[in-house]
Design a binder for this molecule. Sequence first.
Ligand SMILES: Cc1cc2nc3c(=O)[nH]c(=O)nc-3n(C[C@H](O)[C@H](O)[C@H](O)COP(=O)(O)OP(=O)(O)OC[C@H]3O[C@@H](n4cnc5c(N)ncnc54)[C@H](O)[C@@H]3O)c2cc1C
Length: 292
Amino acid sequence: MEVLLPRSLDEALTMKAERPEAIPLAGGTDVMVDMNFGRLRPPAIIDVSRLGELTSHREDNGKIYLGSGVTYATIVREMAAFKPLVQASRSVGSPQIRNRGTVGGNLGTASPAGDALPVLAAYDAEVVLRSRARGERSLPWQTFLVGPKKTAIAPDELIVGTSWRRVRGPGSFSKIGTRNAMVIAVAGLCLVVDEDQRRVRVALGSVGPVIIRASEAEENVSAALATAGSWDDPAKLLADQSIEEFAELVAAAARPLDDVRGTANYRRHGCKVLARRAISWALSERRMPSWL
Ligand SMILES: Cc1cc2nc3c(=O)[nH]c(=O)nc-3n(C[C@H](O)[C@H](O)[C@H](O)COP(=O)(O)OP(=O)(O)OC[C@H]3O[C@@H](n4cnc5c(N)ncnc54)[C@H](O)[C@@H]3O)c2cc1C
């Protein structure tokens, strides 16, 4: 196996154009596991972990850009304003995995259990891809993630980053697993409240072949907040029944299977519990905003 060590993004894109079968390696926390288990034996690897162009994050005019090579540890350290992303990052693996693992790698693997992915879905993020021949293009997250472990990336492309519009409002990421750390989620949920668009957004992980947005639940609770007058005055409470209805609709959006980690019924129940908690946290945070 050849290991290619580009010194710049341009060089990496040239290598990928010339060797489309070469597998990019960022933190290696998925790639090396697959190689160790004999599931992956690529003829060549392109190590993108040393490319400075991929390891920065910035905000321009309310638009966030997160380089594909930014690690979970860096997100926890430097991106406190993005609470759901920090919560998801903090929940990934162990300190060693968070020091190496990247959001770009989570996107590249495209597992429905990837913890960063429900957050990107709730942010309505785009995935930024680049090739030497065609330059840069951005795909909405749901166009990029086409199936379990399948993405719309072209063979000569690299993931250079992801971007989203900053959302003003509270939010959270939480997940259920058999223990608190080093576990693949049985269900994961990200909820964000977009105060400017008067919309609640909810995305689910680990409960379907891909990341799922619970659109009907989003519509329903956003309308209930309008009816309660809560968008204008967060002190106006949402009826318990509306919260329950929201949780039910989130659970109904899940498309889980029975597997070794949990039954479909348990996962659906988990979504309901996560949804009820997430909306309750968000509503109490709206009454005492820490995100302003
Ligand atoms: C012990 C352990 C615990 C874990 N716990 C969790 C967890 O709790 N939650 C979770 O979500 N994940 C977990 N993972 C999985 C893994 O850490 C994450 O998916 C991580 O985000 C992968 O990032 P990476 O940089 O290591 O990716 P890599 O392994 O380097 O790459 C992953 C995939 O992305 C592709 N890729 C990487 N960078 C690019 C790029 N720039 N352009 C194109 N393709 C690219 C690679 O070719 C490969 O297909 C765990 C893994 C281990 C070993």
